[in-house]
Design a protein around this ligand. Sequence first.
Ligand SMILES: C[S@@+](CC[C@H](N)C(=O)[O-])C[C@H]1O[C@@H](n2cnc3c(N)ncnc32)[C@H](O)[C@@H]1O
Length: 253
Amino acid sequence: MSNHEFEAQVKQNIEGLGRDPLLKKKAWEWAVEASEKYNYSYNFRWGGLPIIQFPQDLMAMQEIFWSAKPDLVIETGIARGGSLSFWSSLMCLLDTYEGLDPRKSIRKVVGVDIDIRPHNRKALDEHPLRFKIELIEGSSIDPEIIQQARSHADGVDRVLVSLDSSHTHEHVLAELNAYADLVSVGSYCIVFDTAIEDLPAGSFPDRPWDVGNNPKTAVHEWLTTHPEFQIDKNIDNKLLISVAPDGYLKRIG
Ligand SMILES: C[S@@+](CC[C@H](N)C(=O)[O-])C[C@H]1O[C@@H](n2cnc3c(N)ncnc32)[C@H](O)[C@@H]1O
């Protein structure tokens, strides 16, 4: 089979997945069961640090990094550092593929969190790719923090944004307004945990978010005034199992 034929087949596979409501339903039921009973997304690590994601989304992210080749990633929501570890590994790979020395290239990852706990900071400080990572402590929607994070984008061509902090509608909307304009055309703003909208109501009794008040509702509202971004349904269809359905926002203009 030629490369062309292979790509055509993959395209057909993904379109087929997108038209299979029964398989989508089964995948979603599996994801809900896994998340609710076993905190599935908490059980993985990257570069030794816990990463609170579904592995399927990480596969999508590496495909995005490969196509968008970002020089800067801004991520809100650090937790135990696993996602910063993952993004910085991908940045080093991109450097290496391009014949650059990862220690000298401009590529970096900026992480913002309202509460970088001492043990998490220590783990990040000891991480072998710490030289690729900038840490900012404070609320991602505080104007001073926004300015600090945005300053890293000065003069940078290719920017990717990942939003994974507080999951309320109001907070995510404010983050989209604060950071999404930095995303370069062809790159992405990824809004994690949009899946909250599709979970049974009351799934997070100790959190302020729920059905009707979460990242997906924020994405849908924000997109009505931002036609320069489009939900990449191809990714949703390919993954089926994801914490970010409708959350892969591609900048198209
Ligand atoms: C879901 S976790 C992040 C998971 C991480 N991205 C990963 O993949 O491993 C959410 C994080 O957001 C942080 N957070 C909550 N509210 C925030 C805010 N207003 N500004 C910045 N970070 C916030 C929390 O402290 C927590 O560490």
